[in-house]
Design a protein around this ligand. Structure first.
Ligand code: DOR
Ligand code: ZN
Length: 346
């Protein structure tokens, strides 16, 4: 018996598209399945002003193949110099959907991030006033803190104090990786959402380290132990509207990952929906995939869900390419480590 699942067309609430030849190479992989995505601003140099965002948006649309429809939802990279008026105008015009907070040095291209949180208080207060969400990379950068503890420590040291200092600020905890993060979101009724990536629903730290070092499973925040992965799966498949899909699909060319100092990032745009269907099916939660991938995100961002639908069909294992070719070299696709039986009907 063929199994079919029709859901509203999904969106990706956390995506890295890069620029230039990499953008051209990876954009169709997302646009094929997703209607919209929140576009991360960590270019070099970063997308800081409304003008930067308008220019980047134009480059994304110019790179989109003519037969594809896709709406990039732009973000601004929060710096200690960000002008609250620029943010307010960009949000009011609809150009910018959110502002991204990277603690300085937390991850790829985060050198311009925030060091002194008091310096961004004014912007955060403006954002609270206008309902513009703050997307947070939730890891402390204190070298004394173990890398596997950086998310949990961030919640106590940074996130909770910010939320208390700026009441009404709407926050998305990006790419949750811990049960601590899940618990924090669950404990707060309003104004707090969280994205969960495809890969963090599947891998644990063993995938990175057992049997040889596997750079294509390395990302930030780094995958944690199985009990954390299982807490993420429980949250994503629960239907709870505070949890939604943000793939964090983050392309790096193979030579930059397969290196003595490899870049953080997992590229999953191409097979994300097949991976998710497998995870949700295993949990007996296929009926909640639509909430996670297509409904909860728009609700948080105060947008309507997409009118169109997609249909997932279950059959023989799907053969995805190992790598995507781009003008800056091959990009390895996320390997979930199990066969994928669900494909998006074209
Ligand atoms: O693994 C990651 N890759 N985590 C991030 O936060 C950034 C991203 C990237 O830009 O490559
Ligand atoms: Zn990211």
């Amino acid at each position: 018996m063929t199994q079919r699942l029709t859901i509203r067309r999904p969106d990706d609430w956390h995506l890295h598209l890069r620029d230039g030849a990499m953008l051209a190479g990876v954009l169709p992989e997302t646009a094929r399945d997703f209607a919209r995505a929140i576009i991360m601003p960590n270019l070099v140099p970063p997308v800081v002003t409304a003008q930067d965002a308008a220019d980047y948006r134009a480059r994304i649309l110019a790179a989109l193949p003519e037969d594809m429809a896709f709406t990039p939802l732009m973000t601004l990279y929060l710096t200690e110099e960000t002008d609250p008026k620029d943010v307010a105008a960009a949000h009011a015009s609809g150009l910018v959907s959110a502002v991204k907070l990277y603690p300085a040095g937390a991850t790829t291209n985060s050198a311009s991030g925030v060091q002194d949180f008091d310096k961004v208080r004014g912007v955060l207060e403006t954002m609270a006033g206008i309902g513009c969400p703050l997307c947070v990379h939730g890891e402390v950068t204190d070298p004394e803190v173990d890398i596997f503890d950086r998310e949990a420590v961030f919640i106590d040291r940074v996130l909770d104090p910010i939320r208390r200092a700026v009441p009404g600020l709407r926050v998305v905890m990006e790419h949750l990786t811990t049960a601590d993060g899940v618990d924090y979101v669950r404990a707060h009724e309003t104004g707090l959402g969280a994205t969960i990536t495809t890969h963090h629903l599947i891998i644990t730290r063993n995938h990175i380290l057992v049997g040889g070092i596997k750079p294509h499973y390395y990302c930030l925040p780094v995958a944690k132990r199985a009990r954390h992965r299982d807490a993420l799966v429980a949250a994503a498949t629960s239907g709870d509207a505070r949890f939604f899909l943000g793939t964090d699909s983050a392309p790096h060319s193979d030579p930059t990952k397969e290196s003595a100092c490899g870049c953080a990032g997992i590229f999953s745009a191409t097979n994300t929906l097949s991976c998710l269907a497998e995870v949700f099916e295993r949990e007996g939660a296929l009926d909640r995939l639509e909430a996670f991938a297509s409904l909860n995100g728009p609700a948080f961002y105060r947008l309507a869900p997409n009118a169109e639908t997609i249909t997932l069909v279950k059959g023989a294992p799907v053969a995805f390419p190992d790598k995507i070719a781009t003008g800056v070299g091959p990009v390895t696709l996320f390997d979930p480590g199990f066969p994928l039986h669900w494909r998006v009907e074209r």
